[in-house]
Design a binder for this molecule. Structure first.
Ligand code: SAH
Ligand code: SF4
Length: 367
């Protein structure tokens, strides 16, 4: 039998790729749709679950392909309904997804990488560095596993209680561009979980060329983590700004192909004494003037050791009021799941603990 790495992971293949792969095995075309539905609509964890596939075909697939499934390595439930899952990959890496139920929507926050290379100075994931990209299969399986677990917990409607997806977990999605776009293809497929592009948001720290591509190649919504209003400030918080400074980033936002009635979400983490003054609010309103946009203000979730503080509540409200006075739509993001470290920028598998992905980093063989 060939090494696992040479065989395609069935979960990572789009419907058309799956069709070509099966044709190569001499199988009938309709099998592709059948398997795709098992994997991405019903969330099958193994070939054995696909009971309407002939046993001989399941055996052939087990030989010629592989099926990577995330294993639940931890689940923490918050008093506010938020659930954080830790998943283990086939090669023993760990990643996290966060479920956030709200009135009328049930959102899953997805990870796109194990760690992150962008290195924002306030972000816990950033302190891990990039361990590796997730595969398309590992990205979409977060959705399948979460849906299954939510059904077990009584959420409805089965098999897909989730209504919305946001790429705001670990990693910079546009730094793993091809895998994220391949995952979107599956997630939006009618023969998959069939999410509407209106209910899927990709958040980026501002990788300008990939933002352009995303706008050309997909219809999903865009969120941009702005977090600062001058280049000096943004250089210090987000090293990516040295490569694509504010001027270029905002130009890319202005030219982002927007569907009618759509807006770009600008995320702005409020850091006490750093970027939370009235002057910042006024600059922010000026910077985004003319862009159909809304601003999501995120009071900092303190990560001890990184040296930043959250502003007082009054400061947060004053900042929002200053934006609103400048004709900007602005909301303060509710802090969810703080009690289980599931809030924005708190995703990193407990550093130094048994789950610390870096512990196995040198011992593990190539994936
Ligand atoms: N890498 C992507 C998506 C994941 S980060 C990006 O940066 O956009 C999701 C959001 O969490 C970003 O807007 C980021 O600025 C914010 N964030 C990171 N650390 C945070 C923290 N400790 N408190 C509040 N928000 C944080
Ligand atoms: Fe990466 Fe986003 Fe964290 Fe920056 S804020 S380090 S881009 S995950």
């Amino acid at each position: 039998m060939s090494a696992a790495g040479d065989r395609p992971d069935l979960r990572s293949l789009s419907l058309s790729h799956l069709g070509r792969f099966l044709a190569g095995l001499g199988e009938k075309p309709y099998r592709a749709r059948q398997i795709h539905r098992w994997l991405h609509q019903k969330g099958a964890a193994s070939l054995d679950e696909m009971t309407d596939l002939p046993v001989a075909l399941r055996r052939l697939l087990a030989e010629r392909a592989r099926l990577d499934t995330l294993e639940m390595a931890g689940e923490r439930r918050s008093a506010d309904g938020t659930i954080k899952w830790k998943w283990r990959t086939r090669d023993g890496r760990f990643l996290e997804s966060v479920y956030m139920p709200e009135e009328g929507r049930k959102t899953l926050c997805l990870s796109s990488q194990v760690g992150c290379a962008i290195g924002c100075t306030f972000c816990l994931t950033g302190t891990m560095g990039l361990l590796r990209n997730l595969t398309p299969g590992e990205i979409v399986d977060q959705v399948a596993r979460a849906n299954r677990r939510l059904c077990e917990l009584g959420e409805r409607p089965a098999p897909r209680p989730l209504t919305n997806l946001v790429f705001m977990g670990m990693g910079e999605p546009l730094h793993n561009y091809d895998a994220v776009v391949a995952a979107l293809d599956i997630l939006l497929s009618e023969d998959g979980p069939n999410f509407s592009h209106r209910r899927v948001t990709v958040s980026t720290s501002g990788l300008v060329p990939q933002m352009r591509r995303l706008g050309e190649e997909t219809e999903v919504k865009l969120a941009v983590s702005l977090n600062a209003t001058t280049d000096a400030q943004r250089d210090a918080l987000m090293p990516v700004n040295r490569r694509w400074p504010l001027g270029e980033l905002l130009r890319a936002c202005r030219s982002f192909p927007m569907k009618r009635g759509r807006r770009i979400t600008f995320e702005y983490v409020l850091l006490a004494g750093v970027n939370d003054s009235d002057a910042d609010a006024a600059r922010l309103a000026r910077l985004i003037r003319g862009i159909p946009a809304k601003v999501n203000l995120i009071p900092y979730n303190v990560n001890p050791g990184l040296g930043f503080q959250a502003p007082a509540r009054e400061r947060v409200e004053a900042f929002r009021d200053a934006l609103v006075a400048g004709n900007v739509t602005a909301v303060v993001r509710k802090n969810r799941g703080r009690d289980i470290s599931a809030a924005c920028g708190q995703l990193a598998v407990e550093l130094g603990g048994p789950g610390d992905p870096r512990r196995g980093a040198t011992a593990a063989g190539p994936g």
